[in-house]
Design a protein around this ligand. Structure first.
Ligand code: CA
Ligand code: CA
Ligand code: CA
Ligand code: CA
Length: 216
């Protein structure tokens, strides 16, 4: 605007506003490079495992910050067992997760602005590590159907025999430890079975001496 020689305004100031148009110059960034989460084996289809999050520094509430999520790959990848919704929810696609077959998975995921536009938009990536948590879905099996052992007379507190239990559930957890008990034949209380927690063996013990040589 103009001023006269005394520095006085001769015409009113014109307000010039320049609005800066946002351009999509910021890629979305996941809030973590690696997300770690877990889900129980045999969980129902569509179980929510976790929600991923990302930020984008462009103008809020525009296409430049409208984010869409997707899975790029799964390891091991024979069959996609997880899905990632557009809003970042990681869910199961079937009820067949089996810890005894595969105890963990790794996903590579992508977030893209402009609502995931396949012909444009900027992307960020991250990894999702999913641990499959054990449930007790295997019954213990004994090595043999029949066991026999012998013990000398007049000794007590001795081990008679060991029975090894096999269980496919997670080792050294309650789902794996076998709990042995005597159903019948121990009316005299001579025997006891304890579990060896290192080997998962049932140890049959003679705890009370049977009076074998009765005096007539
Ligand atoms: Ca952006
Ligand atoms: Ca299983
Ligand atoms: Ca078990
Ligand atoms: Ca299991």
């Amino acid at each position: 605007y103009a001023k006269d020689e005394n520095g006085k305004d001769v015409e009113p100031a014109i307000d010039l506003r320049v609005s800066v148009e946002d351009i999509n110059d910021n890629s979305p960034v996941f809030t973590s490079e690696v997300f770690v989460c877990s889900v129980e084996e045999l969980s129902a289809t569509n179980t929510l495992i976790m929600v991923l999050n990302a930020t984008d520094a462009d103008k809020p509430n525009t296409l430049n910050t409208k984010l869409a999520y997707k899975i790029v790959s799964q390891e091991p990848g024979d069959k996609l067992l997880f899905l990632l919704t557009k809003d970042g929810e990681v869910r199961t696609t079937s009820a067949t997760l089996d810890r005894e077959q595969q105890a963990s998975y790794s996903l590579e995921v992508e977030v893209k602005d402009r609502d995931g536009d396949p012909n444009g938009g900027l992307a960020g990536t991250a990894k999702v590590k999913i641990k499959v948590v054990d449930v007790n879905d295997n019954i213990p099996v004994l090595e043999k159907e029949e066991y026999s052992g012998e013990v000398e007379e007049n000794v007590e507190g001795v081990e008679i025999l060991r029975m090894k239990a096999f269980d496919d559930d997670e080792e050294f957890t309650d789902n794996w430890f076998a709990n042995f008990s005597i159903i019948s034949g121990n009316e005299g209380g001579h025997f006891q079975i304890i579990t060896d927690e290192q080997t998962n063996e049932g140890v049959l013990m003679l705890v009370k001496v049977r009076k074998l040589n009765k005096i007539c």
